[in-house]
Design a protein around this ligand. Structure first.
Ligand code: PAF
Length: 280
């Protein structure tokens, strides 16, 4: 069975050994409760690296005071089974006390963390950037894999890696969806049967936006307006944001014809879901 280690020292010992053997190392950072989306990241990493580490850590510092840190689903046994099947070599599953004690240092990326999800989650990306930097320094991978569902996170991590000269290639991987279009997410488990149906309004409105662009509409405001109107037809949905932005700067796009990210966060009942598409 795949080893599940709890300490930074143990991870370093494994990686040191692999490096001695001349092996390449890939990292898939996760918060656990793994699903097909994570599996696709791990499988891609396994294809492109000799040894793959999956970090499985519900990072407290990226949750706001009224968010779901305590209730975030956890199942390390099931995660180990999935990681083993996908071909990973090691799981790093630390306690918060192993990752944080008396820390005075954080990593923050300006500007692109203040928009989209940053507006309602003002401390979220500081937590993400700090923990991802720590994971990079612990594992020192050649490549690290992130899902495009968290498009802003991917953009922020890429900028952080560039700005801080981490010698790591960041690989963005496509969104994995349920058969009916709902993007896979560990938070989908919060949805009741009725909410699960209502949650389809996210992918449906993205489809609408994409089809408007494909049929020649370039006015970003018109497209987001149509997408919002479509979501608002669903009584259980409450829009946090629906925006079309430049894929790199995350500044609002006027023209939606290319190099754009159409992103949204929508509450379905109490559950906040995100989804997006990119045209690059
Ligand atoms: O995307 C996630 O699951 C988390 O934000 C990450 C990158 C593992 C950092 O905790």
């Amino acid at each position: 069975m795949i080893p599940v280690v709890k300490t930074i020292d143990e991870v370093r010992q494994y990686v040191k050994l692999w490096r001695k053997e001349g092996k390449t190392v890939g990292l898939v950072p996760t918060m656990g409760y793994l699903h097909e989306g994570h599996k696709s990241l791990i499988e891609r990493a396994v294809k492109e690296n000799d040894c793959v580490v999956v970090s499985d850590f519900v990072n407290p510092t990226q949750f706001g005071p009224n968010e779901d840190f305590e209730t975030y689903p956890r199942d390390i046994q099931a995660d180990a089974v999935l990681c083993e099947a996908a071909g990973a070599k090691l799981i790093f599953n630390p306690e918060p006390s192993e990752m944080y004690h008396d820390a005075l240092t954080t990593v923050s990326v300006d500007k692109i963390t203040k928009v989209l999800c940053g507006k309602t989650r003002p401390t979220h990306f500081n937590g993400v950037c700090t923990v991802v930097s720590k994971l990079f320094n612990i594992v020192m991978p050649d490549k690290a894999y992130f899902g495009q569902k968290d498009a802003q996170q991917l953009c922020v991590v890429k900028k952080m890696v560039k700005d801080l000269n981490f010698d790591i290639e960041i690989v963005g991987c496509p969104i994995i969806r349920e058969a009916d279009g709902l993007a896979k997410s560990s938070r989908n488990t919060y949805l009741s049967a009725e909410e699960r149906k209502a949650a389809l309004c996210l992918s449906r409105s993205l489809k609408l936006g994409r089809s408007m662009i494909e049929s020649g509409e370039t006015n970003a405001a018109k497209i987001t307006q149509a997408m919002k109107a479509d979501i608002n037809k669903e009584p259980l949905a409450r829009i946090d944001y629906v925006e079309i932005v430049n894929i790199e700067t995350l500044e609002p796009a006027v023209d939606a014809s290319g190099h754009i990210l159409a992103a949204m966060a929508v509450y379905i009942g109490k559950t906040r879901l995100i989804d997006n598409f990119m045209i690059d």
